[in-house]
Design a protein around this ligand. Structure first.
Ligand SMILES: Cc1ncc(COP(=O)(O)O)c(C=O)c1O
Length: 377
């Protein structure tokens, strides 16, 4: 293979060429400020409205409920932290599987005097809905549960958990980080028991630095910025029209491809797993096949450090992530892997696929991993 086989789509994805073309077109043809009342402004504003409709349609939402942000991190900040700040109550609950944009926001809330309850997952990497609801009190302001865990791929029972939470505390705001779920799972927020949902363009073949928050009509969050009142005052600042146009199209394309692409990805993922298990029978799969989203396979290699394995694999032309219990870059243990009982001496690699992953690439990756393991063992 000439270019590397890219199996790190959980980190980011390559931009779909149709999306890139739409972004360039928006940059060159619709460069007006959407708030301007002349022709160019109106054109930019029209493209913004179209992107809002595309995102809303994919989620089963009303376009008025969509706020564009700079990505998943900001959408989580607004949906989780912003909801906590908007409430007079000072208790929040989150799962032990949250992305740092939620987990670190919870730490910040602790510093601001909030009481924070973290509900750990089971060893299967799934948070039990009843356990999450048990942590909720009548005065709980916000609960956060992510839909698909980014390191291990486990799908969380967001609907059942939200319902259980609402049964205890009907006014509690439930925020769902769906950054790894949109474009992979069927999502319909119409009638959903949660209040906000975050997504990000660069995880679904859109550009980096743009995302969105779905905020249910009537739900309240406190803005984290002040300015010209754009995005109903929730996210002021001149809108990044090219990126937003790219987000709209990327979400639409991902949704259109999903029914065919995801069953195919499941087959590819299982082929990959079978190949890895054959190369190294003592490997451990984090999260079982039935509870994982189709694009993520997280594998622990007993006694093998993740970073050297990752680089050996890279030497054989395959790019993946080290979902290790100790991230080599910052030496910080992964809270997620610890939470599901992965020992520190078990290096973990995350293989993440996309709708552009091919059969040949999976076969190549299995051969490359087999060679890399032989090299470093
Ligand atoms: C589950 C999850 N939430 C949030 C984010 C943050 O998204 P962004 O990179 O767009 O800020 C990521 C990205 O890694 C993620 O995987």
């Amino acid at each position: 293979m000439e270019s590397p086989v890219y199996l790190d789509n959980g980190a980011t994805t390559k931009v779909d060429p149709r999306v890139a073309a739409a972004c360039v077109q928006a940059m060159t043809e619709a460069y007006g400020n959407p708030s301007s009342s002349h022709r160019l402004g109106v054109e930019a504003s029209r493209r913004l409205a179209l992107a809002r409709e595309q995102v809303a349609r994919a989620l089963g939402a009303d376009p008025a409920e969509i706020t564009f942000t700079s990505g998943g991190t900001e959408a989580n900040t607004l949906g989780f932290y912003g909801a906590a700040r908007a409430s007079r109550h000072k208790h929040v609950v989150l799962s032990g599987l949250e992305h740092p944009s939620v987990a670190d926001a919870a730490r910040q809330l602790t510093q601001e005097g909030h009481d924070v309850t973290v509900v750990p997952p089971g060893r299967d990497g799934v948070v039990d809905s009843a356990r999450l609801a048990d942590a909720v009190r009548p005065e709980t302001a916000v609960v956060a549960l992510l839909w698909v865990q980014n390191e291990i791929g486990t799908v969380q029972p967001v609907a059942a958990a939200s319902e259980a939470v609402k049964a205890r505390a009907p006014r509690c705001h439930v925020h769902v980080d769906a950054v790894q779920a949109v474009g992979k799972l069927a999502i319909d927020v119409g009638g959903a028991p949660f209040d906000s949902l975050a997504l990000s363009a660069h995880k679904l073949h859109g550009p980096k630095g743009v995302g969105a928050l779905w905020l249910k009509k009537g739900a309240r969050v406190q803005a984290r910025m002040w300015g010209g009142g754009q995005e109903r005052g929730l996210r002021p600042g001149t809108e990044g029209v090219p990126g937003i146009v790219g987000l709209g199209l990327a979400v639409e394309l991902a949704e259109a491809a999903r029914p065919q692409a995801m069953p195919r990805l499941l087959v590819l993922r299982e082929t990959l797993w079978a190949g890895i298990a054959l190369a190294r029978p003592d490997v451990r799969r984090h999260g079982d096949a039935a509870s994982c989203a189709p694009h993520i396979l997280s594998v622990g290699f007993p006694g093998v450090p993740a970073e050297p394995l990752l680089h050996a694999l890279e030497g054989h032309g395959v790019c993946v992530s080290a979902g290790s219990a100790c991230h080599a870059k910052d030496k910080k243990p992964s809270a997620t892997l610890r939470a599901i009982g992965v020992p520190d001496d078990m290096g973990t690699l995350r293989f993440s696929l996309s709708r552009f992953t091919t059969d040949d690439e999976i076969a190549f990756a299995i051969a490359a991993l087999t060679a890399a393991l032989r090299e470093i063992a």
